[in-house]
Ligand binder design. Structure first.
Ligand code: DQQ
Length: 515
């Protein structure tokens, strides 16, 4: 019997995989860890054609403790091969955990920059990999930055964004200045080992706005990710149709709040913000995103779809945390980001069903005939001024449970409507998170392109490129898809649906052996 090393480790490790696989709420076409705990995506990249997804992993159980770097590879961003753990805590600066970080190409040497945790705090560490990225050696000089900047009272200090400008490396470390706001500290290096502190790239203002608001910038910025959207490389002169984007996850006193991004201009040693935006209307359900540019030039982002059930329920289930589908970020005409799942996901589509085009008037309520808990829906709609459409998912026949996507156009027909995810009836389990999620939806002339991916407890919605990601915990096993119009008239221009195949068929092992 495996020794249980943590007070939360109530499920013997031998049983974790079996428990996880038996859970009807565990997604089948999203990446999940073999069992145990998963949180942030790390080191997301494409290296000699192969995609690499590292992730914060605890194979001991479904709780956040002694975090390692799990690793999976893919040639298509759809199916994944489990690889041996890449980084594991060891005596020294990462004795308590190998926290989030990134992968960079140091003149052909794969190099990880991550947060080593020891003595209850995190410091930047480096590890280099073999050409196949499977074996990693920690740098003897770790931590490569010995302390946060002096003379600043910080709330926390961790997570990395690293890039190269000419022969110079630059690094951001996420942080927060007490009683001021979140920030990202900028450093510079010629070798990724010896770093000069430059200063804060940009400082947020936590006193601005309502701390309860979905765009409050928090007291610390986790997982900062700076990139150029549109043409050109970070640090180069701006082309007309590009903007720089600073993504961060707003954190406050241990609470993971939501991902946000600033658009603006990174030049010299500072970031001049233009506007703040919500990255995903599901808030904490798409947390700690990290992105990379793949070999075809796409900006691809993954996020951690954290759980909405209690710590005890996660431990009992034997698994926790879902990786979002990889999504492509592009720059929209209005200067914001738009997202869509990578088209490769469409290879999982099976059993195509179409719902006939039709006009739905107020009072309509229909069963589409589509049913399932692993679905991909692609819908084109035209809403009249004041119209409200309700798309029911995961519904059971008696209506006791249903998760409802609501799209609304304002009565004055303005170009900004609303999208909501009503989860209030998503589960009969009184203990799970059922808070409604919502955000503004740009719509010209009431047109909406809607994409909905349902994968058991994981739901990803993209409406005119705006994402809303969430978790739901139905207990009745319902899979009905319904349509209803509460107000106005909705033209259903097209409605295509597919069942989605699973990506892991064989039983996985908690720890993949080294060959
Ligand atoms: N999770 C990591 C941290 C990061 C946080 C630890 C965000 O590095 O700040 O697992 O979810």
């Amino acid at each position: 019997m495996t020794e249980l090393t943590h007070p939360h480790a109530t499920v013997p490790t031998e049983e974790l995989v079996a428990r996880a696989e038996a859970d009807p709420l565990r997604p089948r076409f999203h990446f999940v860890s073999p069992a145990g705990w998963l949180n942030d995506p790390n080191g997301v990249s494409q290296w000699n054609g192969t995609y690499h997804l590292f992730y914060q992993y605890n194979p001991e159980g479904a709780f956040h403790h002694r975090i390692q770097w799990g690793h999976a590879t893919s040639t298509d961003l759809v199916s994944w091969i489990d690889q041996p753990v890449a980084l594991e805590p060891s005596a020294g600066p990462d004795a308590e955990g190998c926290w989030s970080g990134v992968l960079v190409n140091d003149g052909g040497t794969p190099t990880l920059v991550y947060s080593g945790r020891s003595g209850g705090r995190e410091l930047p560490c480096v590890a280099t990999g073999t050409p196949d990225l499977l074996d990693w050696t920690k740098d003897p000089g770790n931590p490569v930055i010995g302390a946060p900047p002096t003379g600043v009272d910080i709330t926390a200090y961790r997570d990395h964004c690293v890039w190269q400008e000419g022969s110079t490396w630059r690094q951001l470390v996420g942080s927060g200045i007490r009683d001021v706001g979140g920030t990202a500290f900028l450093y510079e290096s010629s070798d990724l080992r010896s770093w000069d502190y430059i200063g804060p790239l940009f400082i947020g203002d936590a006193s601005h706005g309502d701390p309860g608001a979905p765009d409050w910038t928090g007291t610390m910025w986790e997982c900062v990710d700076l990139f150029r959207a549109g043409r050109g490389a970070l640090g180069s002169a701006h082309a007309g149709d590009s903007t720089d984007v600073l993504v961060f996850s707003a954190w406050n006193d241990g609470e993971t709040r939501h991902p946000l991004y600033w658009t603006g201009r990174y030049a010299g040693d500072t970031f001049e913000p233009e506007a703040l935006h919500r990255l995903d209307y599901g808030g904490r359900f798409f947390y700690a995103p990290q992105s990379f540019r793949d070999e075809s030039g796409r900006r691809i982002m993954f996020g951690w779809m954290q759980e909405g059930r209690s710590d005890a329920a996660m431990v009992e289930a034997g698994w926790s945390g879902v990786m979002s589908l990889p999504r492509v970020a592009t720059l929209a005409n209005d200067g914001t980001l738009e997202f869509a799942p990578v088209p490769e996901i469409e290879t999982l589509r099976r059993n195509h069903v179409s719902v006939p085009a039709q006009v739905l008037v107020a009072g309509t309520s229909m069963d589409t005939g589509v049913s399932g808990d692993q679905l991909d829906l692609e819908v084109e709609l035209q809403l009249s001024a004041g119209a409200e459409l309700r798309l029911g998912l995961l519904g059971c026949v008696d209506g006791a449970e249903e998760t409802v996507v609501i799209l609304g156009r304002s009565a004055d027909g303005s170009p900004t409507g609303m999208m909501h995810l009503d989860r209030t009836r998503s589960s009969l389990d009184p203990a799970v998170d059922k808070e409604e999620k919502s955000g503004p939806l740009p719509m010209t002339d009431g047109r909406v392109r809607l994409r909905v991916l349902v994968d058991r407890s994981a739901v990803e919605i993209f409406a005119n490129g705006k994402p809303l990601t969430a978790r739901v915990y139905p207990t009745q096993g319902g899979g009905r898809v319904t349509l209803a119009v509460a107000e106005g008239t909705v033209r259903l221009l097209s409605f295509e649906a597919w069942a989605m195949a699973a990506v892991f068929d064989d039983t996985r092992s908690l720890l993949t052996e080294r060959k």
